[in-house]
Design a binder for this molecule. Structure first.
Ligand code: FAD
Length: 404
């Protein structure tokens, strides 16, 4: 086990500088345009792919070649400091890649993960499809069914997924489906839907409050037939797992907790990037804007808002960094990954709201970026487990009770 340290090594400092320069010089100048257009920013993602920031090699380096867990956190903080909508356009495929890595065999990972990214000449996307119109937080309520057709060794999928990042425009859709409806969430399995599979289509595209450069849509599966080899982990493993659950010997909840907790600090790091953007911008503004013959920062009420923002952002960063390290050691005890995500989401919403307050009327207009950052920040209280679901996970971990 490596020691927990906030000290970044030389490679991490270089990485931080590299992503920051991309965020400042490439992301910030186009952020407003893509927010207004509300379209997927293909040309921007291609720019990210050209320098190696979008691609499975980058993700693999972050996930598997960093025993400290900090490299991914500092990259995401810088990227989302640049812009959250564009940041999600780059990071959305990672959800599909993580879904494949979590359940797939090594052959499946090698076959499908690169196809979630393509390359700089041919950018491709992945989408992770879990939520449904009637079931987001309540994963026991999923209805999309997968039925096995033994004669052809194919699975047939029917149903609708909701709120899917890159849904319908991705090459690879990873779909969580019900294979045994009597077993609740333990009767689910994950499937890869290969490119151009008949029966998969995009439903409505959502018009969103924020992260508008990121594409979010329904995905409709109508008699989608896929080969048996597209079941992640394989049929033998699924059959064994379902048999264990039916016998009441179900699953390893400790292992599942470590997996879910491990992805949450990354979402916290994204929120942190937005919070820091808003804090830095409003600090500079407060020094320059004059009212009553002095810079507005000379009023305690403004300076104290900034003091609180700085303190909260540092607190959130400490939780994110700690959780990233615990994730690498598989050493979560009290849902520290959920704590990091919960805190960072709230800090992002609060800091961006305070930034609007500090900018006054200008903060409320689209002429200044803080109103966009505020719209972007709110998603961090909602996706990847809402604020209340994080509280539920933490309260269960600290109490050992099945809090409802
Ligand atoms: C922009 C965007 C992108 C997304 N991307 C993806 C994606 O790529 N893939 C994917 O699968 N999903 C994605 N989602 C879906 C997202 O994860 C869900 O919206 C989220 O999990 C909440 O589900 P819901 O919207 O159905 O809300 P609900 O579950 O209906 O929750 C509504 C409210 O009730 C509260 N609530 C629910 N249950 C409880 C409880 N037991 N205790 C206390 N409070 C409770 C919630 O906290 C929330 O405040 C995305 C969503 C958005 C908006």
């Amino acid at each position: 086990m490596s020691d927990f340290s906030l000290q970044l090594n030389e490679d991490q400092l270089q990485l931080q500088k590299w992503v920051h320069e991309f965020a400042e010089n490439v992301m910030r100048p186009q952020a407003e345009e893509w927010d207004e257009k509300e379209e997927f920013p293909w040309s921007f993602v291609q720019e990210a792919a050209e320098i190696g920031l979008y691609g499975w090699e980058f993700m693999a380096e972050m996930m598997f070649n960093d025993p400290t867990g900090q490299s991914m956190m500092i990259s995401l903080e810088e990227m989302f400091w640049g812009d959250a909508g564009l940041g999600m356009a780059v990071m959305g495929s990672g959800l599909a890649a993580a879904g494949i890595a979590a359940s797939g065999t090594s052959e499946q990972v090698m076959e499908w993960v690169p196809q979630c990214y393509g390359d700089a000449q041919n950018v491709q996307l992945g989408a992770f499809c879990a939520s449904e119109p009637d079931a987001g937080s309540d994963v026991n309520g999923y209805r999309l069914r997968a039925k096995y057709d033994e004669a052809s060794d194919e699975w047939v999928l029917n149903g609708t997924k909701a709120w899917i990042t890159n849904g319908g425009i991705a090459n690879i859709h990873v779909v969580v489906a019900v294979v045994d409806s009597d077993l609740g969430s333990k009767g689910h399995a994950s499937f890869v839907i290969p490119p151009n599979t008949p029966g998969l289509s995009q439903g409505q595209k959502y018009k969103k409050h924020g992260i508008r450069a990121s594409h979010t849509a329904e995905v409709v599966l109508d008699d989608v037939r896929i080969p048996g080899s597209c079941l992640l982990g394989g049929k033998d493993k699924l059959d064994e797992r379902l048999a264990r659950v039916r016998e009441g010997k179900s699953g390893n909840s400790q292992a599942a907790m470590q997996t879910f907790e491990a992805t949450r600090p990354a979402v916290g790091a994204q929120a942190l990037g937005i919070a820091r953007a808003a804090y830095e911008y409003s600090l500079e503004y407060a020094k320059e804007r004059h009212a009553f013959g002095r810079p507005i920062i000379m009023n305690q009420s403004i300076a104290f808002m900034l003091a609180d923002m700085a303190t909260e952002i540092d607190a959130a960063r400490l939780l994110v960094r700690r959780a990233a390290w615990l994730g690498k050691q598989k050493a979560f005890v009290n849902a520290e990954g959920s704590m990091a995500k919960l805190k960072a989401g709230r800090v992002a919403v609060h800091s961006t709201e305070r930034a609007i307050q500090i900018l006054g009327g200008y903060g409320y207009t689209r002429e200044y970026p803080v109103e966009r950052w505020h719209r972007d920040a709110k998603i961090f209280d909602i996706f990847e487990g809402t604020e209340q679901i994080q509280q539920l996970v933490i309260s269960r971990a600290i109490s050992g009770l099945r809090i409802q």
